[in-house]
Design a binder for this molecule. Structure first.
Ligand SMILES: CC(C)(COP(=O)(O)OP(=O)(O)OC[C@H]1O[C@@H](n2cnc3c(N)ncnc32)[C@H](O)[C@@H]1OP(=O)(O)O)[C@@H](O)C(=O)NCCC(=O)NCCS
Length: 148
């Protein structure tokens, strides 16, 4: 299994993982975001885990954010998406993806990395902690339509 940036031609397999990671988003929205990510390569990177047969087994999407909770420097490397296929978990792939995301952030001049997880996602909390991420806060998110 190797970790490398996603390549042209892998959009469909990448999208399938995004659909599983963000089931509350529509497929169309997630596909649109992929186009934005590919167009904004200066401010984000998409790392994928690829097996010997060329199948995608996991992803880490990382961006540069101007600011992140608990951080003192800017920009900050931010782990926007993190997914390993269910049958490939607990083999160290998630850790390798995050380390690759951190390497990319370091290459962009970042000295800190940040991330988030849903309040109830205890697996993600444990995995973040195992990789050296300290909890710096908890949040409830809100939105409201301004139209009409
Ligand atoms: C979070 C996720 C990416 C981790 O991927 P992974 O390949 O299983 O991670 P690793 O094998 O590198 O695990 C690293 C460490 O994290 C911790 N960890 C991972 N999964 C865990 C679990 N289910 N329970 C407790 N600790 C866990 C362990 O300390 C583990 O090290 P160990 O296996 O040597 O004990 C994967 O569980 C996943 O895709 N989950 C669903 C999507 C998700 O929640 N993504 C995060 C959104 S914020």
């Amino acid at each position: 299994m190797i970790i490398r940036p996603v390549r042209a031609g892998e959009e469909a397999a990448w999208l399938e993982m995004r659909v599983r990671l963000w089931p509350d988003s529509t497929r169309e929205q997630l596909a649109r975001e992929q186009s934005d990510l590919l167009a904004g390569a200066a401010t984000n990177a998409v790392l994928v885990a690829v097996d010997e047969a060329g199948r995608l087994a996991g992803l880490a999407e990382v961006s540069l954010r101007e600011w992140a909770e608990g951080c003192e420097s800017h920009p900050v490397g931010y782990l926007e998406g993190w997914w390993v296929e269910a049958d490939q978990r607990r083999k160290g792939l998630g850790a390798r993806l995050v380390r690759a995301a951190e390497d990319w952030a370091r290459s962009q001049g970042c000295t800190e990395m940040a991330s988030d997880a849903a309040l109830g996602n205890s697996v993600s909390h444990a995995a973040h902690a195992a990789l050296g991420y300290a909890e710096v806060g908890r949040a409830v998110l809100f939105r409201r339509d301004l139209e009409g």
